[in-house]
Design a protein around this ligand. Structure first.
Ligand SMILES: [Zn+2]
Length: 256
């Protein structure tokens, strides 16, 4: 049987040791979604893959497998962008890791997802710029939820269907559905109308227009807790990387 060959742009999510000299590499690829591949000899000789197997690195990966059910073998790589600026700055590094963990958790293996790939590539590129890394991360997380169909309707009350005229609104624990002041009963979650409108804008605006939006730091904190809550609820656990991001105003390790 002829081997299956694949050449694709990909982002390195993680690596782990495999035996004496090999690495098991998890990639998020344009053409085949998330996939795992064996990099023969990569542990013994970093030169073999030109240090391209560090997390965040954007590569063109050449892969092969002997038959459709076999494991991918990573034959060669070329680096498109090593995203050194993310690795060199702790706040960006923490937020970049959160991105890779979310991509890993949200995606099944070998299911192509071009929109999520483009979003992740956009995010890693933006994370290397001077734009607020927390705000950029909130945009990424919000759009990832929307792409998965799990971002609730943010413009109208999910009970009465009216557009909330005054804030703050409440949201249901779990699904995050929005309730206006008249319908909120005793639900605990609270969001200002301003934060809600910002989230709606950054979930749906063209990438080129997102730069126009700047969130106040309290909106960033409110929005962050809401979006994090949704990710944790739908994944059924808290991604480990969230623990390294201290978002609250009083104790803000990552600068907004
Ligand atoms: Zn209502």
């Amino acid at each position: 049987m002829a081997p299956v060959l694949l050449s694709t742009p990909a982002l390195v999510i993680s690596t782990s040791q495999l035996g004496e000299s090999d690495l098991l590499v998890t990639l998020f690829s344009l053409k085949a979604g998330k996939l795992k591949a064996v990099a023969k000899g990569a542990k013994r000789s970093k030169k073999r893959f030109m240090n391209a197997l560090e997390p965040f690195t954007e590569i063109i990966a050449s892969l092969a497998k002997s038959r459709p059910q076999a494991m991918w073998r990573l034959d060669s790589v070329s680096i498109s962008d090593n995203h050194e600026t993310i690795r060199a700055d702790y706040p960006r590094f923490v937020l970049g890791n959160l991105c890779l963990e979310l991509i890993d958790l949200w995606h099944k293996e070998e299911v192509q997802d071009r929109n999520a790939f483009d979003l992740t590539r956009w995010y890693l590129a933006m994370l290397g710029t001077s734009r607020s890394p927390l705000e950029t991360s909130l945009i990424f997380q919000t759009r990832l939820l929307k792409h998965a169909g799990l971002l609730p309707e943010l413009t109208v009350c999910s009970s009465c269907g009216n557009v909330p005229a005054t804030g703050p609104v409440c949201y249901a624990r779990g699904t995050g559905e929005i309730f206006c002041r008249e319908c909120k009963n005793d639900r605990p979650g609270s969001l200002s109308l301003g934060t809600l409108r910002c989230l709606e804008f950054l979930s749906s605006a063209e990438f080129a227009n997102i730069d126009r939006l700047r969130l106040a730091s309290w909106q960033l904190v409110e929005g962050w807790h809401y979006i994090k809550h949704l990710h944790c609820h739908h994944l059924g656990r808290e991604p480990v990387s969230y623990r390294f991001v201290e978002i609250d105003n009083k104790k803000q390790r990552v600068n907004a």
